[in-house]
Write a protein that binds this ligand. Structure first.
Ligand code: UD1
Ligand code: CA
Length: 450
């Protein structure tokens, strides 16, 4: 049975007190919305519909960045969760199969939980995801009768007796898509909030004699983000989960509580990550690589056996081949550091290729930017770049070539040549001492005067 996703993301999230739509606030370096999309994607959905409202354009753009095939349904006015789902009807275009409804602001729902809901669909027309709340607060309450979910009462409409129920509604629903829209057609807005509640489909389904079930999950999974404090708490929970996953995958994290991951960070077995390392989006680290303390990586790849840091920065499109070394206070951007090449100290390598086995001396800089255009530096294999070389791009240095320390290289260096491009040294015999004597005499005469 095929499945489609409907992700509700129209809300303003006024309690974030932000110009940014709530679902675009980042968690693990990715917008909240991306988390729901990724989890949902694991169900291999036939269609994915994101319902947008506040900040629709930006939300649609973020959704497309995650899934170019995504359908966008616009909800011009936020009239309630049932109304939001109804907007997806056209985009689903008569889809036959299950619809799974997720919230864009609820990032932690596990794929196993969604699979359990789909399995429960074999017994029920509609399946709702519930959880036992430590503090049920303002959540909707699930009113059960044995295995049957009879109705959901929203907090605003609940009696004292309803409010005593601790089994709460997460908002996640799984139902046959055609049935879902039929049920939504029957939802009205005569309630305390004057909204079209999706939760009303439960009682309507029961009136029609349909079976409705509840699947229970851990409260941590249903954590929705409404405030910046909740976002910060979610970030902490997310990082905790990523660290646990890394340990399971055989990664050696030193001082794990100081290491920060992004949603898509991939680290191989037996890789070592030192304290205070930050992984931005798009990082892959192969097995046996070492990332030493205080490194910042984003959009880069570190191959097997390579070493990075301490205090290194790998920016987007930095590629380190096997056994490459990048040392302290080195920044690499849009550059390939080939196998066994070394860039060990105080260096900027941007828009460059550094060939196999090449050594880049301390303080080297690829001058890649002329103020308007970026230019490439291409260095061959087993070359030796002397300390403090300025490589003014576009420029090429051939295989086994060298540059003298302090050179400003503006022309290509042929293979096996030594390029020296600096002022010739001129030694003045005895001048240092004579100069010093003169300065001391000057200081003494000034003291006498004053
Ligand atoms: C909803 C549920 C409640 C549940 C709680 C869990 C309803 C009526 N209530 O309440 O039972 O316990 O979630 O967090 O469903 N949205 C739209 N368009 C709208 C309204 C909402 O896209 O017109 C989106 C919001 O952006 C949000 C989600 O739907 O992502 C839930 O809406 P929200 O207003 O937060 O619902 P709650 O009142 O929290
Ligand atoms: Ca909410």
């Amino acid at each position: 049975m095929s499945v489609s996703l409907v992700i509700l993301a129209a809300g303003l999230g006024s309690r974030m007190n932000s110009d940014l739509p709530k679902v675009l606030h980042p968690l693990g370096g990715a917008p909240l919305l991306a988390h729901a999309l990724r989890t949902g994607a694991q169900l291999s959905p036939e269609r994915v519909v994101v319902v947008t409202g506040h900040g629709a354009e930006a939300v649609a753009k973020a959704a497309r960045a995650e899934d170019p095939e995504v359908h966008i349904a616009h909800q011009a006015e936020q009239l309630g969760t049932a109304h939001a789902v109804a907007q997806a009807r056209e985009a689903l275009g008569g889809f036959k199969g299950d619809a799974v409804i997720l919230y864009g602001d609820t990032p932690f729902v596990r794929i196993e939980t969604l699979e359990a809901m789909r399995e429960a669909r074999e017994r029920h027309a509609v399946v709702v995801l519930g959880f036992e709340a430590a503090d049920p607060g303002r959540y909707g309450r699930l009113v059960m009768d044995g295995e049957q979910l009879e109705r959901i009462v929203e907090y605003k409409d609940a009696t004292e007796a309803d409010r005593a129920i601790t089994l709460c509604n997460s908002g996640v629903v799984c139902a046959d898509a055609m049935t879902l829209f039929e049920l939504i057609d029957g939802v009205g807005n005569e309630n305390a909030a004057g909204e079209f509640y999706l939760t009303d489909i439960v009682a309507i389904a029961r009136q029609k004699g349909l079976s409705v079930g509840a699947v229970r999950c851990d409260e941590a999974e249903t954590l929705g983000i409404n405030t910046r404090a909740e976002l910060a708490a979610a970030e902490a929970a997310f990082q905790q989960r990523m660290r646990a996953e890394a340990f399971e995958n055989g990664v050696n994290l030193i001082a794990p509580e100081t290491i920060h991951f992004a949603l898509d960070t991939v680290i191989g077995r037996d890789a070592v990550v030192g304290p205070n390392v930050v992984f931005g989006p798009g990082v892959t680290v192969e097995t046996d690589a070492t990332i030493r303390a205080f490194c910042h990586l984003e959009g880069c790849h570190v191959s097997r056996g390579a070493t990075v840091g301490p205090f290194a920065r790998l920016r987007p499109d930095a590629y380190l081949a096997e056994h490459a070394h990048v040392g302290n206070f080195v920044e690499i951007k849009n550059a390939n550091i080939e196998e066994g090449a070394k860039v060990n100290h105080l260096t900027y390598i941007g828009d460059a290729d550094v060939g196999e086995g090449t050594n880049i001396g301390a303080g080297t800089i690829t001058c890649n930017y002329d103020g308007v255009f970026k230019h490439r530096t291409v260095i061959g294999k087993n070359a030796f770049i002397g300390s403090n070389t300025m490589l003014v791009a576009p420029v090429k240095v051939g295989d086994r070539a060298m540059t003298g320390s302090g050179s400003v290289i503006t022309q290509d260096v042929p293979a096996e040549a030594l390029a020296i491009a600096r002022a010739r040294q001129d030694n003045k015999p005895g001048l240092a001492v004579r100069l010093m004597d003169r300065l001391k005499a000057l200081k003494a005469s000034k003291k006498k005067e004053g």
